[in-house]
Every structure is written in structure tokens, then in C-alpha cells.
Ligand binder design. Structure first.
Ligand SMILES: *Cc1c(COP(=O)(O)O)cnc(C)c1O
Length: 455
């Protein structure tokens, strides 16, 4: 190695790794953080610094970073049968058991499960399923996919096309036929004097208009997160799913609930669709499915789509799609344990128990004159920074306010995430009340510091 070779972990990371979804000017100024281990909701870096991770890693490490039962489930399965695929009519016993479990805990009376390695791949898989169905059912023009601005569905080509974020233009995406409806964010998108109910009605009218304009027979599906996550934690306006659900049903358009964040307890119910009282035609799951201990995604088809996919596949002998590691036995063993831990070892109960404290903490910080609104559901929440509260005027983008708050938090030993002008919190389900107090204290100190600099 030349003398100039970097020696510290952060410098080595910067020299040899390519960072995605990373603000490079911040990294240049502050360096990278290399994590080496975790304890409960805390992570510890190569320099020995300890951070309370208020984002559960990337929304997924809901059982914390040292759950012995999850590690044991992985070890036991590695010892028994360390890997297999799900092609050619073969699959592992763990895969069979996980499919049974997912259908059991799903809102569907019956259904079928297909596995991927990520949430993005699960969304791409479902898009391919809907396209496959259209052709099989004599409706090859039924290909368009509807989603919402700020909806986040992942980064693979179809999932990125579904994601309603401006950065996708940097890739020349979306592909044709991916249409984005208005973001269902009442505080930001509601018109002057428009009630929340009127806003919901306007979004439903927009959906009707888009269907009429495009032709229902050209639309393959509507994908929505119950609460938009990576788009800024945006719960729908009152009555939203009750307004759009019947429209989609009337036009025969499947409603897909992208539960990659909401699924397995985040909103205080097992599924976000239960929190918002609607039944989708299929569910996309990932993230908390394995509590973040294994990369895995799943498409859970409800009865109608399951039957139609089965018939369409039989007609051409197979559904020619799948990943080498689809239904990986170790991932399935971990997911079975994770679901058990969440549902039966008190994690979901703790989400419900902590929600009032979480909401009260957000509401208190939202009294600050530079916080425009707090929003959230269960243990996902956001605070949106504004330069002027009355007019909801954002800070100039070049001030990077949320980035600065997140950096100040890191200095205080707290990890939280900047998203647009918002700060996002998504604590692990194992958090204690004392840790939640610590989270809000550190966040408040960071907000004070940054607002004193910029406001
Ligand atoms: C994270 C996320 C995805 C993408 O999952 P990956 O595993 O990162 O590919 C899809 N949908 C939603 C709602 C997500 O939050």
C-alpha cells in the first residue's frame, strides 16, 4: 500500500465505496460514519461513538440491533439448510411455513405469496404480474400503473418509475405509462379554505378524471403506501381510501397496498391498510418482514389476484419470473421468528403503548415557530421545517435545513433522517420511554441550534 493510503475506517469507506442516497457535500465536510455494532436501539461507530438510531436503520430494524432470538433463528437455519431456491416446484420447508404464516396474518381469507430480495423487486414483480395477467386475459393494453407524487416504491426500473420523486428525471424515468397523481398531503396540497373532506373529494375526482382520460381498460393497477414513508411520512387525508377504493373497484383496477414500511406493526396495526380500514387486492412487504436481519421482500396476493395469476400461469405452463434467492430458507426462518417476535413478544404492543408519548413529543416540538406541521401514525412521524409558519414558506433549499438538523443530531448522538424539508423519526419497536425522552431531548437541542443559525 502507498504511504498515502487512507487508514481510518471513515477514510477507507470514502476512498473505496460508492455511496447512494448520500449528500456528498455533507460527506466531504463531515466524513463518513462506519458502524461496527449495535445494542438495542443504539449503533456504535468505528470511533466508539454511540448513536440512538431514531430511524430503525432504514425503517426496518424494528427489533433493535442485537436481538438474540433472531440471530439464533438464523444460525439454526444455517446449520440445518443454508440456502435454496424456489424454482422447478421445489422450495424449502421454511418457505412453505412463511407463506402460510403471511397469508394467516394478512387481511385476506386466502392468498399466495411470492418472494423477492427487496421491496423494489417486489414492486417490479407485481408490475410484471399485472402485465402478464393483462396479456393472459386478452387485455394486452392494460399496462398503465398509477401512483402518487412523493410515493416511494423503490429504485429498480419499474419501482423507480412508480416513485414520484423528481430525482428520477436524472435517469430519464419514469418509463412511459407510469402516471403520478396528486400527493395526498392536506397541509401542503390543500387549497386556501379547502376542508380536508373537500381535499379528499378532489383527489377522488382527479382519479376519476385520469381513469376517464386514459381509459380504464389501459390501467393495470394503482399502488399506494397507506402512509407515504420516504416521501416524508404523509398520512392520507380523512376518508381517502374509502373514497378511492370504490372508484378503482368499479373500474376493475387492482389496489395494491405497498406495506414495505407500514407492514408488521409500524402504524399500530399489523398492516397499514388495517389502520386506514381498507382491503387491498395485494400487499407488498419487505423491511420489517425480517426485522432487517435478512434482505427479503414478498408479494402477497389476495384471493382474486391469486386465482387469476394461477390460471394465467397454467395457461402458458409457468410464470417465468423469480430470483435465485427467492424464498431463501434462512430469510424465511428469520421472518417467521420476526413475525413471532413482533406479534407475540410485545413489540406491536409497545408500538401502541409508545404512540401517545411519540405524538406528544412531536406536537410539542411543532410549537416551534420554524416547524410548520407534525404528522405521523403509530411510530412513524415527521416534523416539517418552515421559514414562515403562517404562509408555510419553506426555507431556501440551499440552506439544507433538514440536512443540518440531521447533522446536528449526529453530533448529539442521535440518528434521524432529513427528507426534503422534514425530519423523519421512525424508532424501533423495542424503544423504552426513557429512550424516547432521550430522542426528543437530542432532537430539540439540534433543532434549536440549527434554527438559531438560519432563522
Ligand atoms: C423502502 C421501500 C421500498 C423499496 O424497498 P427496497 O428494499 O429498498 O428495494 C418500496 N416501497 C416502500 C414503501 C419503501 O419504503
Amino acid at each position: 500500500m502507498p504511504d498515502t493510503a487512507p487508514t481510518s475506517w471513515p477514510a477507507r469507506a470514502e476512498a473505496s465505496s460508492f455511496f447512494g442516497f448520500t449528500d456528498l457535500p455533507s460527506v466531504r465536510e463531515r466524513g463518513t460514519v462506519v458502524l461496527t455494532r449495535g445494542e438495542g436501539p443504539y449503533v456504535i461507530d468505528s470511533e466508539g461513538r454511540r448513536y440512538l438510531d431514531a430511524n430503525s436503520g432504514l425503517w426496518n430494524m424494528v427489533a433493535g440491533f442485537d436481538h438474540a432470538g433472531l440471530a439464533q433463528a438464523a444460525k439454526a437455519q444455517y446449520d440445518r439448510f443454508p440456502g435454496y431456491h424456489s424454482f422447478f416446484g421445489r422450495m424449502s420447508d421454511q418457505t412453505v411455513m412463511l407463506s402460510e404464516k403471511l397469508v394467516e396474518v394478512s387481511p385476506f381469507p386466502r392468498g399466495r405469496v411470492f418472494y423477492t430480495n427487496s421491496g423494489s423487486e417486489a414492486n417490479d414483480t407485481l408490475v410484471k404480474m399485472l402485465w402478464f395477467l393483462g396479456r393472459a386475459e386478452g387485455a394486452p393494453e392494460r399496462r398503465k400503473i398509477l401512483t402518487r407524487v412523493n410515493g416511494y416504491h423503490g429504485v429498480t426500473v419499474a419501482a423507480a418509475s412508480m416513485t414520484g420523486k423528481p430525482y428520477n428525471a436524472l435517469f430519464g424515468l419514469p418509463l412511459p405509462g407510469f402516471l403520478h397523481l396528486t400527493c395526498p398531503h392536506y397541509w401542503r396540497e390543500g387549497g386556501p379554505g379547502e376542508s380536508e373532506a373537500a381535499f379528499t373529494a378532489r383527489l377522488a375526482d382527479e382519479l376519476e378524471e385520469v381513469i376517464a382520460r386514459e381509459g380504464a381498460e389501459t390501467i393495470a393497477g394503482f399502488f399506494a403506501e397507506p402512509v407515504i414513508g420516504a416521501g416524508g411520512v404523509i398520512p392520507p387525508p380523512e376518508g381517502y381510501f374509502q373514497a378511492i377504493g370504490p372508484i378503482l373497484k368499479r373500474h376493475g383496477i387492482p389496489l395494491i397496498s405497498d406495506e414495505v414500511i407500514c407492514g408488521f406493526g409500524r402504524t399500530g396495526e399489523v398492516w397499514g391498510c388495517e389502520s386506514y380500514d381498507f382491503t387491498p387486492d395485494a400487499i407488498v412487504a419487505s423491511k420489517a418482514l425480517t426485522a432487517g436481519y435478512f434482505p427479503m421482500g414478498a408479494v402477497i396476493l389476495g384471493p382474486d389476484l391469486a386465482d387469476r395469476m394461477q390460471a394465467a400461469s397454467e395457461a402458458v405452463e409457468e410464470f417465468p419470473h423469480g430470483f435465485t434467492a427467492s424464498g431463501h430458507p434462512v430469510g424465511c426462518a428469520i421472518a417467521l421468528k420476526a413475525i413471532d417476535v413482533i406479534l407475540n413478544e410485545g413489540l406491536l404492543d409497545n408500538v401502541r403503548a409508545l404512540t401517545p408519548q411519540f405524538e406528544a413529543g412531536l406536537a410539542r416540538l411543532a410549537e416551534h415557530r420554524n416547524i410548520g406541521e407534525w404528522r405521523g401514525r403509530g411510530l412513524m412521524g415527521a416534523l416539517e421545517a418552515v421559514a414562515d409558519k403562517a404562509t408555510k414558506t419553506p426555507f431556501p433549499a440551499e440552506l439544507s435545513v433538514s440536512e443540518r438538523v440531521a447533522n446536528a443530531c449526529t453530533d448529539h448522538g442521535l440518528i434521524c433522517r432529513p427528507l426534503g424539508q422534514s425530519i423523519v423519526l421512525c424508532p424501533p419497536f423495542i424503544m423504552t420511554e426513557a429512550q424516547m425522552d432521550e430522542m426528543f431531548e437530542k432532537l430539540e437541542a439540534s433543532l434549536e441550534r440549527v434554527f438559531a443559525e438560519v432563522a
